[in-house]
Design a protein around this ligand. Structure first.
Ligand code: 2F8
Ligand code: CA
Length: 269
């Protein structure tokens, strides 16, 4: 990836959610949404001048979060509406015409679109007259801004019209969490242990869980994800409270699987 241009004016960090939400580390230019029905997260990436191919690569390979995401693949109108809100917010900031999502037609048979994942291309929400394969080379797909989530096919190399933002989808582990236990008052600096317990042993391949805290003294030291090995039911996290705080910091320490478990924690000087 060369020449990736992040929209410089963006300092906003917006959240939308169907029922719950999470904030990431690492970037100040994302919109995040969560579909409580499926447990999937959606990240709007505020870039411009990025082709669909590069956006696809970036969604899978960047390190904003682990495990990798993919360009959003849309299975129904509820999911389409979630992604559409992200696209509109990004358009407010970038002036883009839309954002890349994960549909493409790289076969010779035009207008036979597929998702970049193995999911079936059944639900569609094309704009009237689309996909029209304008100019004979429209083989990738965007969701157009301010249309209520209508889709359009666009050339593979398109960056005109401030094209480049994309929406990616992250599918965390679907394991059910039973509990998280650990100290709720911490006199810093101190190493603290939190234990995460699953409702059933982690499946083959293990369970990758997303962790987050909004307490600066803890967030600095937390891993962003943990992997509970296959067959294990619980695991101890060992975040280190890295620095002595000057005043009380209260917030949450939270772990996400199919559901989430939180503790309200206060770090004291
Ligand atoms: O950017 C290419 C794009 O141009 C138009 O939309 C702005 C075409 N729409 C119509 O012709 C109605 C799109 O089909 C085309 O992909
Ligand atoms: Ca088109």
């Amino acid at each position: 990836m060369v020449g990736l241009r992040k929209c410089a004016a963006i300092l906003a960090f917006a959240f939308i959610a169907a029922a719950s939400m999470v904030s990431p580390k690492e970037t100040n230019a994302q919109v995040i949404a969560f579909d409580a029905r499926t447990g999937h997260y959606y990240y709007g990436q505020f870039y411009i001048g990025v082709t669909w191919l590069d956006a696809r690569w970036y969604a899978v390979n960047h390190n904003y979060q682990v495990p990798p995401a993919h360009l959003a693949t849309i299975k129904d109108s509820t999911e389409n509406a979630i992604v559409s809100r992200i696209v509109d917010i990004m358009a407010d900031f970038t002036g883009c015409w839309g954002a890349w999502i994960g549909g493409y037609d790289l076969s010779d048979a035009h207008n036979r679109f597929e998702w970049t994942t193995p999911e079936l291309f059944t639900y569609t929400n094309w704009a009237p007259g689309e996909p029209n394969n304008a100019g004979g080379k429209e083989v990738v797909m965007e969701m157009s801004a301010y249309t209520g989530g209508l889709w359009n096919d666009v050339p593979l190399d398109a960056t005109f019209g401030n094209r480049g933002p994309w929406v990616e989808e992250y599918e965390p582990s679907q394991v059910t969490l039973l509990s998280m236990t650990g100290p709720t008052t911490i006199n810093s600096p101190k190493t603290v242990n939190y234990t995460v317990t699953l409702a059933a042993p982690a499946p083959p391949g293990g369970a990758i869980l997303f962790i987050h805290s909004d307490i600066p003294a803890i967030a600095e030291a937390l891993p962003q994800t943990i992997k509970i090995p296959a067959g294990s039911t619980s695991m101890v996290l060992s975040p280190v409270v890295a620095q002595t705080v000057g005043f009380n910091q209260t917030g949450y320490v939270r772990v996400y699987g199919k559901n989430k478990k939180s503790l309200t924690v206060t770090v004291t000087p």
